[in-house]
Design a protein around this ligand. Structure first.
Ligand code: GAP
Length: 593
């Protein structure tokens, strides 16, 4: 079962990430670039540790996988063959009032009262007509025999309201269809400076009203009317008077903006790929894409890599690199970004091995997450149902993690059959077959693809590591401690080295010697400023698993037997052990591997 969402926890995590230099908003000083993030000094270490460990497990520790690093710029030919130009799109809807774009499939169905509007006219013209109604003999408009009854019918409507500087509403009587016709006629005779017969509707969002009547009797305009005023104002009508046709209770609709109630457009396919132009001209001939996944470069280089690596099936090609998608709604911090990194393996095999390897890779990948500190109990495997799977895939699993904002995908493990290589063979005209020496057969290999997101995994690592507990302060009083309990192999800084006092030269010199001793083996941080308890706390908050302290025992001042020993403090238990300085590299290396 997945965990409930926890907004407060997520806010604390985002704040810590900025405060301590894990993740910043991209171009923040210019107001930020939506959907893009910059990793600070600690974030970049965490990210590297993750990528290095993935590479170690997926490439270096195996005989059957080699790596590559492909270009980000990708010609249309590649992405036409792969199906991305035609089909890499999300259904998108736009809010007709704010212009905000949503993914149609991510809108939660809503139920509520919906007001439908005929159109709007400007308030100044409306007021003028009302005034002239009092002295029709002096008005050219009111003296027109055919127009006067029409206007009287319209203006006599008592079901209306207005506010100066804003506009107002008129509820046309449903039983009297001639009112609507009267409105059309009046607009047709150009009686208004500005007008619109553009139909619109809006939902009375957030209201617990149970019927249409209170919708109008409210002292202030209800949200649906306020939205309609905004809608017509944006179409050039100053202080609009909006005409309400009817109210209806609508159930489970996805047709309205969940944030304001405005009508949304019909869904349209929106291609997610970023385009750019290579060279001096900007036309179709120079069009190029920023790759939407790293996988295609692997398929396109399959033949070259097969030849140079002399691998036999089954074997894989791995790649880590940037991918770009013009996501409609980047959200949940770095979870859905427009620029992100993927860690992908394309594992080529014989057709009959595909289903078995799909299971194998799912298990391998689950083990990977456990090995970096994400417990199995927080991971969920979703079998993607037939109707949601890519048509060429014979089986796909999503590996999901319980983020504070809900259970969401970390990685997809997909059996993609021979679709990609077949497509590229067809489109390029180059043979991408494998020749089996034993059976003397040629065929296009099938492929199983574990595809993970670097940024999502970094976020999962931070979410999993974040903890608050109680720890004694300098005076032994318990206080709340923020600690990132990273697995030591993922922690950005592996070990902090502290002289007990910064004004005791022998302590400082020894601490610096230890830094030099450890540096070739791991990322070490030296800190001499502030009370030792504060220094520990600063390291706890960024997840440094070990703290080495040089004290007077190290100098052999109290007990010569303790000369050249230091304390090693464990971040999680806060316990300290005394070890010989010369043993530190071996002891710590073993723990951070
Ligand atoms: N080659 C297959 C492929 O790209 P995908 O499910 O679209 O499949 C794989 O992406 C992984 O890439 C996802 O599981 C996720 O971890 C990561 N990913 C995809 N879109 C992302 C985005 N907009 N922001 C961050 N990570 C993303």
């Amino acid at each position: 079962m997945s965990m409930p969402t926890d907004t407060q926890r997520m806010e604390k995590i985002v704040s810590l990430c900025k405060r301590r230099g894990f993740i910043f908003q991209s171009s923040e000083i210019y107001g930020g670039l939506n959907g893009a993030w910059d990793y600070g000094p600690l974030g970049v270490e965490l990210k590297r540790n993750l990528k290095n460990y993935w590479w170690r497990v997926m490439v270096h520790e195996r005989d059957d996988v080699v790596g590559m690093d492909g270009s980000i710029l990708t010609p249309p030919t590649v992405l036409e063959a792969s199906g991305h130009v035609e089909g890499f799109s999300d259904p998108m809807v736009d809010c007709l009032t704010t212009g905000k774009r949503f993914r149609a499939d991510q809108i939660e169905p809503q139920s509520g009262w919906v007001a439908s509007f005929f159109g709007a006219v400007d308030s100044a013209s409306w007021q003028k007509l009302l005034k002239e109604q009092g002295a029709p003999e002096r008005s050219t408009v009111w003296s027109q025999i055919d127009l006067a009854p029409v206007l009287r019918r319209l203006l006599s409507n008592l079901n209306s309201g207005s506010r100066e500087g804003v506009g107002g509403f008129v509820k046309l009587q449903e039983s009297d269809r001639e009112q609507a016709e009267a409105l059309k006629k009046a607009i047709g005779c150009s009686l208004f400076m500005t007008s619109s017969l553009d139909p619109f509707s809006a939902m009375d969002i957030g209201s617990d009203r149970i019927g249409p009547k209170p919708l109008l009797s409210s002292k202030r305009f209800n949200p649906a009317i306020a939205t309609a005023l905004e809608y017509y104002r944006k179409r050039g009508i100053r202080e609009p008077i909006v005409f309400i046709d009817n109210f209806q209770f609508v159930e489970d609709t996805k047709g309205f903006n969940p944030e304001g109630g405005s009508l949304l457009t019909e869904p349209r396919a929106f291609n997610l790929m970023f385009k750019t132009y290579v060279g001096a001209t900007e036309d179709e001939s120079s069009l190029t894409y920023l790759r939407p996944e790293t996988a295609q470069a692997i398929f396109v280089q399959f033949k070259n890599i097969l030849e140079v690596s002399r691998k036999k099936l089954p074997f894989g090609i791995a790649q880590i690199g940037k991918a770009f998608r013009n996501e409609i709604n980047p959200r949940n911090f770095t979870f859905r970004s427009r620029e992100f990194e993927q860690m992908e393996l394309e594992y080529f095999c014989r057709p009959e091995q595909g289903m078995e390897l799909l299971e194998y890779w799912k298990e391998e990948r689950l083990k990977f997450y456990e090995d970096i500190g994400i417990p199995r109990s927080k991971l969920h495997v979703l079998t993607v149902p037939d109707e949601e799977r890519a048509f060429y895939s014979k089986g796909t699993y999503d590996i999901e993690y319980d983020f504070p904002f809900g259970c969401q995908e970390l990685e997809g493990v997909a059996y993609r059959t021979d679709y990609d290589l077949s497509q590229h063979q067809k489109a390029s005209g180059k043979a991408l077959e494998y020749f089996d020496e034993e059976t003397k057969q040629k065929f296009i290999p099938h492929v199983v693809e574990p595809s993970a997101g670097v940024d999502r995994t970094v976020l999962a690592l931070i979410c999993e590591a974040y903890a608050e507990d109680q720890a004694p302060d300098e005076k032994g009083k318990m206080e709340t401690r923020i600690v990132l309990r990273f697995h030591p192999r993922m922690a950005p800084i592996k070990c902090a080295v502290f002289p007990l006092l910064k004004n005791k030269e022998p302590l400082v010199a020894k601490a610096k010697e230890i830094v030099d001793l450890l540096r070739p083996h791991m990322y070490v941080f030296y800190d001499e400023s502030g009370a030792i308890g504060r220094r520990y706390r600063r390291q706890d908050e960024i997840g440094t698993p070990f703290g080495v302290t040089v004290d007077f025992e190290t100098l052999g001042e109290k007990d010569p037997a303790l000369r050249d020993t230091v304390t090693v403090r464990d971040r999680d238990s806060m316990r300290q052990e005394r070890v010989a300085i010369q043993d530190l590299p071996v002891i710590l290396r073993e723990r951070i591997r």
